[in-house]
Design a binder for this molecule. Sequence first.
Ligand code: SF4
Length: 237
Amino acid sequence: MELNVVSKTSGDRIHEDSPTPDLIGWTMDHFKNQRLAMTTSFGMEGCALIDMFASLGKPFTVVYLDTMFFFPETYTLRDEMVTRYPHVEFVNRGTSLTPEEQAKQHGEELWKTNPDLCCKLRKVEPMHQTLLEIDVWVTALRRSQSITRANLRVIEWDWQYQLLKVSPLAKWERSEIWSYIQEHKVPYNKLHEEGYPTVGCTHCTTPVEGSKPGDYSRSGRWKELNKTECGLHGDGI
Ligand code: SF4
């Protein structure tokens, strides 16, 4: 899929079905005087979207939350992205609570005894702090990722965090993301080639048998638990 980003002026109409390059160009133009940032956990969708915004050649801020439980492959990917997109500012807004301090305060292996609290401490609260400083939040969410994301709009007001949320890939399928990644030679997490459809924390992510990079599933996340989301996107925690 060829991406030719066209920067629209603020007078142009943008709607749910606008082509993705138009949405991205419009977002950068329309909100250039706002505090605009994308958040990512360096999933395949996030890497593709960073590449699309970066292709405009303008300064752009990407925030990630290092939980201190990333896979080594995720840190490698982060470093590759930083090198490839020098005009993109990558900012870590992860928790300062070390795993050792967390164990002291809440007990060993909190991800097993109370994973909701663990996600709250290491993801939800740092994200909340981050979003207090942002006016326009760019995400790489897709509708077909889960039932809770099925009604995602390309541009919508986020009631949980009280800011404008832009999700240019809302209508994309994983297979299209994978095609884009390959066509544009975008760095991606090598764990996708080892059966990990999504990659989160080491303690809570397992491979899914037979999964290929173009497949999407959350069944490898919190496998032993009745939990599918970390609570970052209004899914509850
Ligand atoms: S995904 Fe697991 S280890 Fe990571 S913050 Fe949530 S419960 Fe903790």
